[in-house]
Design a protein around this ligand. Structure first.
Ligand code: ADP
Ligand code: ZN
Length: 788
């Protein structure tokens, strides 16, 4: 027998190997194997078995990894689709379907010595410096191989043993199964009686699940033709419900139905909402009694060992429900009856490195392939998903009201132009917001203040000569961080000391100034205005350690904090009954980005943040401070009017052929030498025109952009319409909105068409035959989310 193997080295090719008789029983499609390749030994996945090969003198497979095939045939098929659609090498797609801890498993993995932090017992001892350094690493990683720890800390096993003597860690050869949540005591929960809207939504989902189940068994008994099952009424749902409308309860009861049917399920949540709070709700419903392992959790904060164990629990069928971030969509759940994608509009579902897949879209594809029902949920659905409902591809389910008739918070938009006029400068707080905070402090209610910009000031500017401190690697101003008196770049991390005089040789003005406001400045201004208020800040700068997030939120929940200031970290999923005021400091920060989704993002963000107010008995109030208070994204968010926003936004997208009215492929060329990058981009554009059989470049096409959407990739650059792909538009090349990042110049070409599957195939061919200078690289991003 012969096995066809996709190797983990980027070759875009599969190779045939002999299956030695001794391994025949263990090898199947999906097995991970080690094979010889030239002088090397490399890892790969068996993608097919064959009787014979076109090649003579095949080498034998060396060994098999794992007792079970690791990539199930269904997931293998999904990986193939990803490689085709997202235009990446099959081995890249295959690599991403297994967690690293599973992929790299060697036969000796379990016999090595591991170090693991033990739950703290009593006061933490004062440790000698070296031991403390070792402990810091263990605490951060929770668990790691002893060898790795010793190398990492440049220490000896003896030092590590001292920590073991103190009872802080455990060193063991055999890892017992690690349950990352074992230490938490979770009270079981019962299904709640549903309100009518929830009832209707659940009934529709269950009906689709039963229909599919029915179809499956009919198919097995030969009573139905496969085609009748492939085209039933839509089995993809969009559950549109405001925050607090009880979507999660609907998910929980749909999951219970899947279990009753003997089916498994996957629940995707954005990484940022994978808080213990969320996980607990699922565990509380299903992990009670004897079924302790029913729910498995997959996310990036697990240690490698924990991830390994969670994954194998699923593969062995002991865990039937998987909850996790993006890559959990590849979990080997079988049979798969239901996929839930919560907060489906979230951008973190898109992977920003190859394979650049969108987990929501992969979920829909997987649902179709495996006959599973898919439920997308959101308070602010993406334009794409809502459009698909309008077109009849998905079924729309709505939960229009909050559970228990809680009112939606009252949203007031404050025109900051007036406030700025009165105060001669840009204030942080309008008089209205100041007043509202004062009231809350008096009433002992809590406030959340939101500003999507960390640091103290956005930039450092000399008022005399106009000098702005720029990152030497990126085309961006540096952000001033007052606490450590440094300037730092939020793209590449470059860091430097604040100059005391203007660095411009001819100027040297000592009165250098800071422009713009970040969260640090808000925190400081609060301390001045409300010296007795207890203020905490939550952003990437204060949340450096793993437990920080939990600690700050725990304090806030316990009422130990009056005002929480933060970036988008605090925008989502949090539920605090005593928060009655939410202030959005500058609502239009995201509005003037060169991205056709700027309006959509602003609308989503404002709606999500506003949803944090009034989750308890007292009605909430939201202040939105804005310099363009009449922008539709702000006005529709103020009225909680999603459909109103959708209707005006879709007009703009259709007019300019932006998604969801078409699909986008973004080609980015990158290199250190700007001329070479530009030249390569022009060359690629010509190739695209030639190979996609387009007509001549016609210069600028389409109608001028409406004033609210100031910039898009069309700009003044050449736009071509295709004759082969009837609706293809090629725009660019143009400098990327962030022209230079981490020392690389970037130029982009944007293609738009409805026929993306076809275009992806054509692009794959063009890219492979494209000759680029050695120091210029090309990335292809299908359905990009980040245009920067
Ligand atoms: P969403 O996921 O839409 O934000 P949740 O499912 O978290 O909403 O529901 C908000 C709150 O209302 C939760 O505390 C939940 O337990 C409660 N809840 C949900 N459905 C019901 C119901 N039918 N009856 C009573 N309480 C409910
Ligand atoms: Zn930089």
């Amino acid at each position: 027998m012969i096995a066809r193997v996709s190797l983990e080295i980027a070759l875009r090719k599969e190779f045939d190997y002999l299956i030695p008789p001794g391994l025949a029983a263990q090898i199947d499609v999906g097995s991970r194997v080690q094979v010889p390749f030239g002088p090397r030994k490399v890892l790969g996945v068996v993608t097919a078995l064959a009787e014979e090969s076109a090649h003579a003198r095949l080498k034998p497979i060396l060994k098999v990894i794992g007792a079970q095939t690791l990539v199930t045939p269904k997931v293998l098929k999904l990986a193939r689709w990803i490689a085709d659609y997202y235009c990446c090498a099959p081995e890249t797609a295959l690599k991403s379907v297994l967690p690293e801890a599973v992929r790299k498993e060697e036969s000796g993995w379990r016999e090595r010595l591991f170090v693991r932090a033990l739950p703290p017992a009593g006061e933490f001892p004062k440790l000698p410096k070296r031991q403390q350094a070792v402990w810091n690493v263990i605490e951060e990683r929770r668990e790691l191989p002893l060898q790795e720890l010793v190398e990492l800390c440049e220490t000896t096993a003896a030092t590590v043993r001292k920590l073991e003597d103190r009872g802080l860690i455990e060193i063991a050869p055999q890892i017992s199964e690690r349950d990352p949540y074992a230490r938490e005591h979770i009270l079981p929960s019962q299904p709640l009686p549903l309100n009518p809207a929830q009832e209707t939504a659940l009934a529709k989902i269950i009906e689709a699940m039963d229909r599919r189940e029915d179809g499956r068994s009919k198919l097995e008994n030969g009573k139905a033709s496969p085609s009748s099952i492939l085209h039933p009424p839509s089995s993809t749902f969009l559950l549109h419900g405001v925050t607090g409308s009880g979507k999660t309860e609907v998910y929980l009861q749909a999951l219970a139905h899947a279990l009753e049917q003997g089916q498994g399920a996957i629940v995707l949540v954005p990484e940022i909402s994978l808080t213990p709070q969320t996980v607990e709700r699922f565990k509380a419903r299903f992990n009670s009694g004897k079924l302790q392992t029913l729910v498995a959790v997959l996310h990036s904060h697990l240690s490698a060992g924990e991830r390994h164990d969670e994954w194998h629990k699923i593969r062995q069928g002991r865990a039937r429900i998987v909850i996790g971030a993006r890559s959990a969509i590849f979990a080997p759940v079988e049979p798969l009856g239901l996929i839930i994608v919560d907060e489906e509009h979230e951008h973190t579902y898109k992977q920003e490195e190859a394979p650049r897949y969108h987990a929501r879209d992969v979920a829909i594809m997987r649902g179709q392939m495996e006959n599973a029902v898919v439920v997308l949920g959101s308070a602010t659905p993406s334009m794409e998903s809502y459009y698909n409902c309008k077109k009849g591809k998905y079924t729309l389910l709505e939960l229009p009201e909050r559970v228990d008739d809680q009112k939606m918070p009252h949203v007031r938009v404050v025109d900051m132009r007036q406030a700025a006029h009165k105060e001669k400068g840009i204030p942080i707080f309008s008089p209205q917001l100041k007043e509202a905070i004062t009231q809350r402090l008096e009433r002992k209610e809590q406030t959340i203040l939101f500003l999507n910009r960390r640091g103290y000031s956005t930039s450092l500017q000399c008022p005399k000569c106009g000098y702005v401190a720029q990152c030497p690697n990126c085309s961006l101003p540096l952000t001033y961080h007052r606490i450590d008196q440094r300037l730092s770049c939020h793209i590449c991390g470059h860091n430097e000391k604040v100059p005391s005089v203007c660095p411009n040789e001819k100027c040297k003005n000592p009165a250098i100034r800071y422009a713009g406001t970040g969260t640090q400045k808000v925190e400081e201004a609060l301390a001045k205005l409300f010296p007795h208020a207890r203020v905490r800040r939550m952003d990437a700068d204060t949340m450096k350690r793993k437990d920080d997030y939990r600690k700050v939120l725990g304090d806030f929940r316990a009422g130990k904090t009056d005002i929480l200031v933060g970036t988008q970290m605090i925008a989502k999923g949090l539920h605090f009954p005593n928060v009655t005021l939410v202030g959005i400091i500058y609502a239009d920060l995201a509005l003037h980005q060169p991205d056709f989704r700027a309006g959509e993002r602003t609308f989503q963000l404002l709606t999500q943040v506003a949803g944090r107010a009034g989750r308890g008995d007292v009605e909430g109030e939201v202040f939105v401070q804005a310099f363009s208070p009449f922008h539709p994204a702000i006005q529709f968010a103020r009225r909680h009017d999603f459909t109103g926003f959708y209707d005006q936004e879709i007009e703009f997208r259709e007019q300019l052929k932006y998604p969801p009215a078409s699909r986008v492929a973004l080609l980015t060329l990158k290199g250190r030498n700007e001329d070479k990058v530009k030249f390569s981009a022009d060359h690629l554009k010509r190739e695209l025109e030639k190979k996609l059989q387009t007509g001549e470049s016609k210069g600028r096409a389409g109608s001028p952009l409406p004033a609210t959407h100031t910039q898009t990739n069309d700009g003044a650059h050449g736009v071509t319409r295709s004759t082969d792909f009837k609706d293809l538009i090629i725009a660019g090349p143009a400098p990327a909105p962030l022209l230079r990042a981490e020392q690389f110049y970037r130029y982009q070409i944007m293609l738009r068409t409805r026929a993306m599957t076809k275009l992806s195939q054509a692009l794959a061919k063009i890219v492979q035959s494209l000759a680029l200078p050695e120091d210029v690289s090309l990335t292809v991003d299908i359905d990009p989310v980040n245009l920067g």
